[in-house]
Design a binder for this molecule. Structure first.
Ligand code: HEM
Length: 128
């Protein structure tokens, strides 16, 4: 478990904001093309996708997820025309939203943890 990421995510539990909704808002603002790819998705599917992203953000050994990551990457590319750059945009949108919602309880060491994690995930998706 990536402790700092997990700790920062735990702080979200104290808020009643529609967190996933906000992540998607940021994501679609950064790259409006992504919204077009996702219009057919219902709330449940949108939620399930970010649950998986959350799991990958916290998982200790990303290497052990390489087969899953490769599967999602290829499937997203061929079935949904998802472009590589969209992953970084999604991770950034996620991080910005966590920081925004956590507000005053955000700790300085979270910044580095999130930057490093985004880099690790980019590498896992072979985008680096
Ligand atoms: C770490 C990154 C990502 C993970 C782990 C992930 C995971 C998933 C999962 C598990 C689903 C299936 C949900 C379900 O049917 O239950 C899904 C669907 C989908 N994802 Fe992602 N996703 C990621 C990034 C992205 C990005 C960057 C985009 C860009 C727009 C995207 C677009 C979509 C679309 C369009 C679907 C379509 C679902 C459908 O038509 O059934 N995903 N994703």
């Amino acid at each position: 478990m990536n402790e700092l990421i997990a700790e920062s995510l735990e702080l979200l539990g104290e808020s009643d904001v529609d967190f996933y909704g906000r992540v998607y808002e940021h994501f679609f603002r950064v790259n409006p093309d992504t919204q077009g790819l996702m219009t057919h998705m219902d709330e449940l599917t949108l939620g399930r996708m970010l649950e998986e992203v959350t799991r990958l953000l916290m998982v200790e050994d990303l290497g052990a997820e390489s087969a899953y990551v490769a599967f999602e990457y290829n499937n997203h590319k061929t079935a949904y025309s998802v472009q590589s750059c969209m992953y970084r945009q999604l991770f950034d949108a996620f991080a910005i939203t966590v920081k925004e919602v956590v507000g005053g309880k955000w700790r300085p060491e979270f910044d580095e943890a999130w930057i490093n994690r985004a880099k690790e995930l980019e590498q896992a998706f072979d985008l680096g």
